[in-house]
Design a protein around this ligand. Sequence first.
Ligand code: HEC
Length: 214
Amino acid sequence: MSTDHHSHLEQSGASDDSIQQTHDRLQAQKPEKADGNPRYPLLLLGIMCTAVFFGSVYLAHYSSNFDPLIFNEHQKPALQAATGPVITPAMLGKRVYTANCVTCHQANGLGVPGAFPPLAGSEWVLEPQHEKHMIAIVLYGLNGPITVKGNVYNSAMTPLGGVLRDEQIANALTYVRSEWGNDAPAITAEQVAAVRAELGARGPFTVEQLTTLK
Ligand code: HEC
């Protein structure tokens, strides 16, 4: 193109012949373009027809005639979530318990006689006046004698406040309080955080120290 253009400019005195030749050449190109390839529009038409066909089949199957009782274009995912499986704090707590408490207190919450006290039916788990004690035992651990369900245990529980978050401790205790026939109110992460904030960083409790807490 550019060479054609140049030669055209340079040959300001072009002969009629050469002009005619150029015209002919340009003219000759036009019909080719207009011709095109007739297969492409047909192919496109075919694709569109197929798309419309399958679209209609899909709507016939799934639109339910756009009945507002069945077809709800404004359906919110939240509505579906509400009917799905609900994960409770106790369910999350069971995982924490299985990973952090079960080796000592056992899956049935009965502990091991003479070594690990039971959580099932324990007054330290169920009674309101021991609620703060229970949270403190898990956060800071416990040393020395403790009486649970009439039996004396004299061992040590390792502190778990350093490895478990407030929410995990709350969920584990909520699980412990609702399992094996236990039935006491849930523990919230806020309750655990409050005990942690009040008692600060410290070593394991003894029962004597626990019972003198306010
Ligand atoms: C390494 C073993 C061990 C682990 C792990 C452990 N505990 Fe303990 N727990 C004990 C022992 C031992 C005592 C009694 C301590 C003593 O004799 O001074 C105790 C006492 C308790 C008590 C008070 C007494 C009772 O039976 O009600 C509670 C509540 C308790 N643990 C809950 C938990 C929870 C919840 C977890 C997990 C987050 C846990 N423990 C993990 C060994 C353990």
